[in-house]
Design a protein around this ligand. Structure first.
Ligand SMILES: [Fe+2]
Length: 436
């Protein structure tokens, strides 16, 4: 049988194998001590992420789907993100690298056995069109990005991956903003094979006329805001954001510093380097993005505006999976898939242009939107409340578009990520909007 996008069970198995190769590759050069350590209180020890990837697979692909399991309850509890808060994870008796390797292998072997038996087209909504396999695959991909955030935060040794891919040069566009004419578009999706519950269902939304930045805000532009005293001008800030900058003594993006006036440097995976002025600003909180936008005489786009600009082709009245169309991302379209270990220069992907002319909407940096994370009309939690529903209307802001650290199978125009407005560990920047 084939799933909707023509995937046989062999392809599903190949994707799962490929995901594991990457997970292990990312961790290969990290010492056992650094795997076990908690490098920041908001992150798990890397070795927890690793064991949790295997346990999530055991939970969903063996226990829940087929009623089979290999492990005892203690192990399930230890790796259950909702039972064990991050602060407790370092003190657990976690599997070390060798034991985790063996555990993940054993789970995977049992999963491949089970994959031969079941009916991906049958009535079970978990199995229909291979949903649960895609969910587990995306989960592993997403933890890869989380692990990269931890590696960026790593104390002590710097992170040295085995290789780094080269990126194409930038071509800064001549115009600053693109026009997105007002009118309705279809937001969200009805895709039941890949999309997660919070992306569903497809619904029509009327969007007012607007202008949107053609590209994400660059380090050059952001440095102007910093040097113009942007962090000292209360009127530019959301009151809570202002309070946060005072309490935490925030005056530049995370990792920026100035060895001498007008010379900005930054730290990437523990290495010092001059700030590249032509790449998007990264590691800024929502509050910083919001203040910058006000300083620039603009505002952050809502996620509706963002999704329309990325996705809608008004000539055909149809929706694209990616800004450039429905074709899967390639290295010519966007900087995704981790191996560059940083964003490309602004305008490096002219082929990735959206129907409205915006660039870089997928890849490089996540983009903060003005919107709070909440449910679409008719939302139904699937397959578990803790995936999305428990996070709705809790003060999280929506991020869109993925980053250089996002794997291909974990991003599309409708994908919604969320975090608190003070968070800066993500590979996140932003672009601005303006009413027309
Ligand atoms: Fe997880």
């Amino acid at each position: 049988m084939d799933t909707e996008r023509g995937e046989s069970r062999e392809i599903v198995a190949e994707r799962l194998k490929e995901a594991r190769v990457r997970t292990q590759w990312l961790l290969r050069t990290v010492s056992d001590e650094d795997l076990a350590r908690q490098h920041d209180e908001i992150m798990s020890p890397l070795i927890w992420d690793y064991g949790h990837i295997g346990n999530y697979e055991e939970l969903w692909l063996l226990e829940i789907t087929f009623g089979r399991s290999l492990s005892d309850r203690n192990l399930f509890d230890m790796y259950d993100a909702s039972l064990t808060p991050r602060s407790k994870r370092p003190s657990l008796n976690l599997l070390d690298r060798g034991d985790a390797d063996r555990y993940l292998d054993a789970v995977r072997e049992a999963v491949f056995e089970a994959l031969g038996d079941e009916d991906l087209d049958g009535g079970d909504p978990l199995l229909k069109e291979g949903f649960v396999y895609h969910m587990v695959l995306q989960h592993e991909h997403q933890h890869n990005e989380t692990m990269l955030q931890t590696l960026q935060l790593m104390q002590g040794d710097s992170y040295r991956p085995e290789s780094i891919a080269e990126l194409p040069p930038g071509h800064p566009p001549e115009e600053d903003m693109v026009h997105v004419p007002g009118g309705p578009f279809i937001m969200g999706t009805d895709d039941r094979a890949w999309a997660l519950d919070n992306e569903r269902g497809a619904h029509e939304v009327e969007v007012p006329d607007l202008y949107l930045d053609k590209t994400p805000v660059s380090n050059r532009d952001y440095a102007e805001f910093v040097e113009d005293g942007g962090y000292d001008r209360e009127e530019l800030w959301d009151p809570k954001g202002w309070e946060w900058t005072r309490e935490e003594r925030i005056s530049v993006p995370k990792y920026w510093y100035q060895p001498e006036p007008h010379s900005w440097w930054t730290q990437r995976f523990g290495f010092d380097e001059p700030l590249s002025v032509d790449t998007p600003v990264v590691h800024v909180s929502w509050y910083e993005a919001d203040a910058y936008a006000r300083w620039a005489g603009k505002r952050l786009p809502t996620e509706t505006e963002w999704e329309k600009a990325a996705t809608w082709d008004s000539k055909t009245g149809s929706k694209r999976l990616y800004p450039w169309g429905d074709a899967q991302p390639t290295p010519e379209m966007a900087n995704l898939d981790q191996l560059a270990f940083g964003p490309a220069e602004i305008g490096a992907y002219p082929a990735g242009v959206s129907a409205y002319g915006s660039l870089g909407m997928i890849g490089d940096v996540w983009e903060w939107t003005a919107s709070e994370f909440s449910a679409y009309p008719g939302f139904e939690s699937f397959p578990y409340r803790e995936y999305s529903e428990t996070f709705f209307d809790e003060g999280y802001k929506v991020l869109r578009g993925g980053s250089w650290a996002t794997r291909l199978g974990a991003i599309r125009n409708t994908f919604r990520n969320w975090d608190f407005p003070i968070r800066r560990q993500l590979f996140v920047g932003f672009r601005c909007a303006r009413d027309a």
